[in-house]
Design a protein around this ligand. Structure first.
Ligand code: FES
Ligand SMILES: [Fe+2]
Length: 387
């Protein structure tokens, strides 16, 4: 059966028909921003951890980070340390990184190993979380190796991205990805064919939600980022599709390097219609998607306290570029540029955090360009009953 016109990915990405124009057609918003308390309260953060981070699918890395059996990396979600491994059978699996003796982390940082040896009393686990040795305990009646495996955490992959979920009752990953239209929106990118070139972590002196909101806020781009990517990402061409808890944005323009000029050219398999600018999306609860015509940047935002957070950025390029002799230097320019505009953002995020405690702060009206921001707020604030 031949595809109808509407099914053509090329027509689907016609920049003139994607969603609505934020300049010409943005719907009126009659809401205000939120009270300061939701950005510094310990109690609010604890509920977010329980209701959001312990129940939803969380993007924690890329399959390339655990390419071979025995490869692993660690990641904390609130107070829950996690280790993600490539098991002997090739499966990618997350485990609670909590020793079954007294709770010390058994895996640290990242690397490749056959066994994790707990640094405290030396219990040894294989990369499938099975306890294989516990010194001087073999004869103890109170001990059965089989009951001492590292707990497995649900793990699913989509296009090379590793997601985990602490909730055994949660719907499969694809339910939420499809409900929020990610597979269709990003089908032409075939992100599983891209490869991780850069991963970097930034400590942010603010509540994690400010980072989410900042990365979904196009209202500030022309002002705050006038000296970096602002001119390459004009609001005039911006179009939006919103969904409950997030949005997809589409714009024409440049990429995220000086003057917006790509150092690699378009991703070879992207249809011509996508050879300009790119997308921005928010995947609840904490992922900022910035696919551009020449590479893909993804950022996750994690609470580490009521007024501190960590941002992890993943930059992906087509595998064929990696063999270019100057690939590393060129890819580094994408890191440097990203960090330069994130410095601009971080100054503002820090100022926001400070403003929240002022007795004079009263939440102001939301601009029509903040539809993406309101999506993240709906998911992380309104849906939890916070005000
Ligand atoms: S805490 Fe791990 S061996 Fe004791
Ligand atoms: Fe910004």
């Amino acid at each position: 059966m031949s595809a109808t016109k509407d099914e053509s990915p090329i027509l689907r990405y016609d920049p003139k028909t994607f969603g609505y124009s934020v300049i010409a057609d943005a719907p009126e918003v009659s809401q205000n921003h939120k009270s300061g308390r939701v950005y510094f309260s310990e109690e609010v953060m604890e509920r977010e951890i329980e209701e959001i981070f312990m129940k939803e699918w969380l993007l924690v890395g890329r399959a390339e980070e655990v390419e071979k059996a025995g490869d692993y990396f660690t990641h904390d979600v609130g107070d829950e340390p996690v280790v993600v491994t490539r098991e002997k059978n090739g499966n990618v699996q997350a485990f609670a990184n909590v020793c079954r003796h007294r709770g010390v982390k058994v895996a640290w940082g990242e690397g490749s190993t056959k066994y994790f040896s707990c640094p405290y009393h030396g219990w040894v686990y294989d990369t499938s979380g099975n306890l294989v040795d516990a010194q001087y305990l073999e004869k103890s009646k109170n001990f059965d190796k089989k009951n001492c495996s590292l707990p497995r955490i649900r793990t699913e992959l989509w296009e090379g991205f590793i997601f985990i979920n602490f909730d055994d009752e949660a719907d499969p990953l694809m339910h939420s990805l499809e409900a929020w239209d990610f597979p269709k929106t990003y089908e032409p990118y075939q992100m599983g064919r891209l490869k991780l070139a850069n991963k970097f972590t930034m400590e942010i002196p603010s509540n994690w939600k400010f980072l989410n909101e900042n990365l979904t806020d196009i209202y500030h781009i022309a002002v705050l980022h006038a000296a970096t990517f602002g001119p390459a990402q004009p609001l005039e061409g911006y179009r939006y599709k919103t969904f409950d808890g997030g949005y997809h944005g589409r714009f024409t323009g440049g990429t995220l390097v000086p003057e917006g000029k790509s150092l690699f050219g378009p991703i070879p398999w992207l249809p011509e219609e996508l050879h300009s600018g790119g997308f921005s999306s928010h995947l609840p609860p904490n992922v900022a998607w910035f696919p551009r015509f020449d590479y893909v940047s993804i950022g996750t935002n994690w609470p580490t306290g009521p007024d501190t957070s960590v941002s992890i950025t993943y930059q992906l390029f087509p595998e064929e570029h990696f063999s270019q002799p100057d690939f590393k230097e060129k890819a580094q320019q994408y890191v440097d540029f990203y960090k330069a505009f994130m410095d601009e953002d971080t100054d503002m995020i820090q100022a926001l955090q400070k403003g929240m405690k002022s007795r004079f702060y009263k939440p102001g009206p939301v601009s029509p360009f903040e539809a993406g921001v309101m999506g993240t707020i709906k998911h992380a604030v309104d849906d939890l009953g916070h005000k």
